[in-house]
Design a protein around this ligand. Structure first.
Ligand code: ATP
Length: 373
């Protein structure tokens, strides 16, 4: 851990709704930072994405990449547009390239209900969902990204990769998170989600999980096949705490998780490696609603909160952790009375309404009541 209280954040607003949700997010983070005090952050806006590729021929310019590599954290909104593609027809997705480039193996996808939002599941326990999916983000089926083959227009192949090195680090990260959550009064059970009954690669994934679990006996662990995990996420998600899984399974299950808490606009994420981390909402660039001020910026705000907490934890800066917690508390306060209803949930609240409500709540919050001061 390096001790620091001055951070440089590389900001990628990207495409589609990206810029609309990044602007209020940075304003809210700056407000929280000023309110808590004791540390500072500068925000360096960098070009990248499908629009940049259209305009300059580069999806992730070298200069942006170099600045991101030197930054303390990367805040990314969304990248990619369906009608702008590379010559081979594939979509432009520099956010996936960043995961490989910086070794961001731990994709952290919290599934936490926001008080005040109508739960999607009709069960009293569904008001307070709080579990985390850890999606491995550099290998699995996505290791085949750009490498798949089609032979004679008759057979297609993509190869799934599981390595011991990345799996060990992924499981250690997940077991540490389970330990932290247990200390916060949650169950802290870490469940390995796989398909070990059918595939060698997943039997290996599970074997490595069990080896790491044996070295962390204070953390309770479990196993679940991915099909059962999908069922249990709908049947009794309140029983889950930390789920760790392969890249493609995590991609699918985390969208299911977002659905459980109201939609993509409420689901934040972090892609974390040993040195770098990217914080971005789970959703894409949503071109269908871009420019209409309809995008829900909540997932972006919560991703920013995760970023401040990660910076605080990594650099021993309590104030940054407290500012992150304050942003989350402001989001909760903004939605608490049930009047703020976004488009995904059938309401009319758009980007400006949500941003204003969260900023107002943040200004009214007393940091001392959130462990600050
Ligand atoms: P990607 O493949 O890049 O993840 P996607 O194809 O999953 O993207 P999204 O861009 O995430 O698509 O959008 C999926 C749907 O969710 C769209 O109808 C979009 O309008 C909606 N959506 C996504 N993000 C938001 C948001 N922040 N607020 C409101 N609606 C959203």
């Amino acid at each position: 851990m390096t001790s620091s209280n001055s951070f440089n954040v590389a900001v990628f607003p990207g495409d589609g709704i990206g810029e609309e949700i990044t602007k209020p997010c940075v304003e809210i983070l700056q407000e929280a930072i000023g309110k808590v005090g004791g540390f500072s952050a500068s925000f360096d806006w960098l070009p990248a994405g499908a629009g940049n590729y259209r305009d300059t021929g580069q999806s992730l310019p070298k200069d942006s990449m170099a600045k991101a590599a030197k930054s303390d954290a990367i805040l990314l909104a969304a990248m990619g547009l369906p009608d702008i593609r590379y010559p081979d027809g594939t979509e432009i997705s520099p956010q996936i390239d960043l995961r490989f480039e910086f070794g961001l193996y731990a994709g952290v996808r919290p599934v936490r209900s926001i008080p005040g939002l109508s739960p999607v599941l009709n069960n009293p326990d569904a008001h307070a969902l709080d579990f985390v999916i850890i999606r491995e983000s550099t290998e699995g089926l996505f290791a085949s990204h750009g490498k798949g083959t089609v032979t004679n227009d008759a057979e297609a192949r993509d190869t799934l990769l599981i390595t011991r090195d990345v799996s060990e680090r992924l499981f250690d990260f997940s077991l540490n998170l389970g330990r932290k959550r247990k200390n916060q009064g949650k169950s802290g059970v870490v469940t390995c989600v796989d398909k070990a009954n059918v595939f060698k690669s997943f039997a290996f994934f599970r074997k490595v999980f069990d080896e790491r679990a044996a070295l962390n006996k204070d953390v309770a662990t479990d196993h679940m096949y991915v099909d059962a995990a999908a069922l249990n996420m709908v049947r009794k998600p309140w029983d889950l705490d930390v789920l760790v899984t392969e890249n493609m399974f995590g991609d699918i299950l985390s969208d299911l998780g977002a659905g459980l808490i109201g939609g993509m606009g409420f689901a934040p994420s972090a892609d974390i490696g040993d040195e770098h981390a990217v914080f971005q909402p789970c959703h894409g660039s949503a071109p269908d609603i871009a420019g209409k001020k309809l995008a829900n910026p909540t997932a972006m705000f919560l991703s920013g909160a995760m970023m401040l907490e990660w910076l605080g934890d990594k650099h021993g800066c309590n104030e940054a952790e407290q500012a992150g917690a304050l942003v989350r508390a402001a989001v909760d306060a903004a939605f608490a009375n049930g009047d703020l209803i976004t488009g995904e949930l059938g309401g009319k609240a758009g980007t400006d309404d949500v941003s204003r409500a969260v900023m107002t709540a943040l200004k009214e919050l007393d940091p001392a009541q959130h462990g600050v001061g």
